[in-house]
Design a protein around this ligand. Structure first.
Ligand code: NAD
Ligand code: 89Y
Length: 343
């Protein structure tokens, strides 16, 4: 079977994980890279042996020779690069956050739909091994119908040394990290009717909010809490684990720190270790995220081959991105926000 050829745009902090994962993915290879920073371009080009290097995305597309583009820049580049890709009728993967605003995200989905090319958001957290294990427990009816949930990410990990731009943005934790937690809540309990949010900034050295607490009414009737913090100092640092509690009509489920999943139902209680693998190029504590990068990129290839929609397609991600925008709106106005009218 022939490999899909890809080009990666944005050779920064996180793209290195994507490049390692492309080496492991079956059915795809990266043939060209692009970064407007010549130093980053050379570092990644040398590390991964990529000869075709571009400082400018227009020049990359003019030369062509690839089936898809993997956009790993920060958010400012996402809309112009996805639209450029659509103009060249090239399939696109776009990092999260999908866009700066929901109206930009809608325009990006439309551009790719009109061009007839697949668009997937690199929303990888739902692909983490522990999150997949929770999804499977629900699919196996282990706790009946869930009616309540909590999706929690509380940490004191220094994310600013690797990603300094995070300290300078007006919006921080919901847009950067909570976006993943909200996506997991949707993936596990379904789409959301309304959201209510409260935010605050605890760390005086950053500009945006680093704590958010959100209450979600899911369309199927479940209620959930999504709480995220980068201001929480704990005896044992959980970064980057998402902890989950679910109560259902037939039992309950707890995904605890250390990747331990406890399921309780009429048969009793059982605990399963759902730790992610440590891939050859991965390092703790990031290995959970790194494994999910490999998983989502393998999914990209599998769905391209089938001609089927991706789990986190652009149109699916509009429903996650709407929650981000609605959470900021709710926190500003101290009111619940209706998601349906935004989509
Ligand atoms: P970064 O600033 O380290 O890297 C971005 C790179 O893109 C830089 O080298 C920059 O020069 C380049 N760039 C920007 N605009 C460009 C353009 N128009 N053309 C060519 N090159 C361009 O940022 P990062 O920390 O690697 O984050 C990149 C994205 O990845 C962000 O959107 C971030 O939210 C996301 N991210 C995702 C995860 C995840 O688990 N999914 C984790 C971390 C970061
Ligand atoms: O940028 C963020 C992400 O997507 O996952 C963790 C992170 O790197 C820091 O919050």
């Amino acid at each position: 079977m022939t490999n899909f050829k890809g080009a990666l745009i944005g050779c920064g902090f996180f793209a290195v994980n994507q490049m390692h994962a492309w080496n492991d993915v079956e059915g795809a290879e990266i043939v060209a890279i692009c970064d407007r920073d010549p130093e980053r371009l050379d570092i990644v080009g040398e590390q991964f042996g990529i000869e075709r290097r571009y400082a400018d995305a227009e020049a990359l597309f003019s030369d062509g020779g690839f089936d898809f583009v993997d956009i790993a820049t920060t958010v400012q580049g996402h809309r112009p690069l996805v639209e450029l890709s659509a103009r060249h009728r090239v399939a696109a993967i776009c990092q999260k956050p999908f866009a700066k605003t929901l109206s930009d995200a809608k325009a990006m989905v439309k551009a790719c739909r009109d061009a007839g090319v697949p668009l997937m958001v690199h929303e990888n957290f739902r692909w983490q091994t522990p999150i997949q294990a929770v999804r499977k427990a629900l699919d196996d009816n282990a706790i009946g119908t869930p009616f309540w949930g909590r999706f929690s990410f509380r940490s004191g990990y220094d994310v600013f040394s690797g990603q300094p731009y995070l300290a300078e943005q007006d919006r921080f934790i919901i847009e950067d990290l909570g976006i993943h937690t909200l996506d997991i809540a949707r993936y596990i309990l379904g789409d959301v009717r309304t959201i209510t949010a409260r935010t605050r900034r605890v760390n005086p050295k950053i500009k945006g909010e680093d704590v958010a607490t959100m209450l979600l009414d899911h369309e199927d009737g479940a209620t959930s809490i999504v709480d995220v913090s980068y201001a929480t100092k704990l005896s044992s640092e959980p970064f980057p684990e998402t902890l989950i509690e679910l109560d259902g009509t037939g039992g309950s489920l707890r995904l605890r720190q250390g990747y331990q999943l406890e399921v309780t139902n009429a048969l009793g209680s059982r605990n399963v270790d759902v730790s992610p693998q440590l891939l050859s190029w991965a390092s703790r504590p990031w290995h959970n995220i790194q494994e999910s990068v490999y998983a989502i990129q393998q999914h990209w290839v599998a769905q391209l081959r089938r001609g089927a929609e991706h789990s986190t397609s652009g149109s699916d991600n509009l429903k996650t991105f709407a929650l981000v925008e609605a959470a900021y709106d709710s926190a500003a106005r101290h009111q619940a926000v209706d998601i349906g009218v935004m989509l």
